[in-house]
Design a binder for this molecule. Structure first.
Ligand code: DOR
Ligand code: ZN
Length: 429
């Protein structure tokens, strides 16, 4: 097996609270040593001066589109895009075609990942059959097949009794339930956040209330049942407040926020760019501030991309008709670096939210550079400036609001299980 010495970087390991200049030695797929001036005999040396060296990012929320919509993405292209963005593990949502609501499908996804993805892939199985919100899936069989969590993401389980039962069974299999919390009746046909922007654009509005009420409902159900509820893509001030209060009274809740909900307001949609259409929608400046504050104070545990590829012909439509979603992997680090530049988060705390915390939520390895751990590592240049061109990226799709924009901070290398899978010079290896 390969022996790699990453030399002289700023080692950021949230699992051990380490933030210091050091070498990292990788051997046989594991972290062998971390410390100053390690012996490089027989090792390939990677110079990391001026760079950060951290555990690989773990993405709790991605859409890899295979099976069924391989024209948008497949497990191979999604996995390549993931490692180009520094993600060494990704959890993929069940809204494929067919839906991942059956152990054979979970098995298929893991098999395809083994064959084609440089990133580790963890399937999230559907909570209800066909994502219809009516009949529960067979959670223990799905868990045995490799599912790490349960979610009807893309849809909300509108029937509270069904959600209650899903939460109850999730306790038996010891897996989190991930909720896409938007009350569908309040969303109605809304496509942008309700407020001055929806009025200006003359587009149907989706109120933040739709998210607030469903987050509160799910928190109450989880509290009563005593199950682990994970709230996907938090975007509203009300949701952040409700999660904070629930945590304070001891509810077992974790939450994630996306780079786009941290960085963009609904004003990004003023030019009718359908690449800004996403579910839940981009919200007001006050909501963005609340999400950032929630991420900083620990109310929100993790940053997750909600990488949601859609083809050019699908996005090149009227705003009301285009599907929601945007590409996440390759821009995530650069976008969230803004939190470090504005001194809202330290580099170490940013890494905790991109790696250590999400790995813990799905109880998978990763998120640590401790000796003996899997060598899933990312090397980051916090200062590198570059222009993002999705056509040159690894996703099959191009739907990004950051296309053509100058980015600041870049992933320079990604290592999975001790094997280099990406570097900025050569691309995916
Ligand atoms: O914007 C979104 N796109 N939100 C979702 O919940 C689903 C996702 C998708 O599958 O495209
Ligand atoms: Zn969702």
């Amino acid at each position: 097996m390969r022996k790699i010495l990453i030399r002289g970087g700023r080692v950021l390991d949230p699992a051990s609270d380490r933030d210091e200049t050091a070498d990292v030695l990788i051997e046989d797929g594991k972290i062998r040593a971390v410390g100053p001036s390690l012996d490089a005999t027989d090792a390939e040396v990677v110079e990391a001066k001026g760079c950060w060296v951290a555990p690989g990012f773990v993405d709790l929320h991605t859409h890899l589109r295979e099976p069924g919509q391989e024209y948008k993405e497949d497990i191979g292209s999604g996995g390549r895009s993931a490692v180009a963005g520094g993600f060494t593990s990704v959890a993929c949502m069940a809204n494929t075609d067919p839906v991942n609501d059956d152990p054979a499908m979970t098995d298929f996804i893991l098999d395809r990942a083994q064959q084609s993805s440089p990133a580790r892939v963890y399937p999230v199985a559907a909570a209800t059959k066909g994502l219809k919100g009516k009949v529960m899936t067979e959670m223990s069989a799905l868990k045995a097949a490799g599912a790490v969590a349960f979610s009807d993401d893309g849809k909300t389980i509108m029937d509270a009794a069904v959600m209650r039962h899903v939460l109850e069974y999730s306790k038996l299999v010891e897996c989190p339930v991930i909720t896409h919390a938007e009350d569908r009746k309040l969303v109605a046909n809304g496509v942008v956040n309700e407020g001055p922007v929806s009025t200006k654009l003359g587009l149907p509005a989706n109120p933040s209330l739709a998210e607030d009420v469903m987050v509160v409902r799910d928190l109450m159900l989880a509290e009563m049942v005593g199950a682990h509820l994970h709230i996907a893509h938090v975007s509203s001030k009300g949701a952040v407040a409700a999660i904070r209060a629930a945590r304070e009274r001891g509810v077992c809740v974790t939450a994630e926020v996306t780079p786009h909900h941290l960085a963009l307001t609904d004003e990004a949609a003023l030019g009718y760019d359908t690449n800004t259409k996403v579910a839940p929608p981009l919200r007001s400046a006050a909501d963005v501030l609340a999400c950032r504050a929630g991420l900083v104070d620990g109310t929100i545990d993790a940053i997750a991309t909600d990488h949601a590829p859609h083809a050019v012909h699908e996005k090149d439509l009227e705003f009301t008709l285009a599907p929601p979603g945007l590409l996440g992997f390759e821009t995530a680090f650069s976008v969230v670096m803004d939190l470090v530049r504005r001194s809202e988060l330290s580099p170490l705390e940013l890494m905790r939210r991109m790696s250590t915390n999400p790995a813990k939520i799905i109880d998978r390895p990763g998120g640590s550079l401790a000796v003996g751990e899997l060598a899933d590592v990312v090397i980051l240049d916090p200062e590198l400036r570059w222009v993002y061109d999705p056509a040159k990226g690894y996703s099959k799709s191009q739907n990004s609001p950051w296309a053509g924009k100058e980015m600041h901070g870049r992933v320079v290398a990604t290592i999975v299980g001790g094997v280099p899978v990406y570097d900025v010079e050569h691309g995916v290896l």
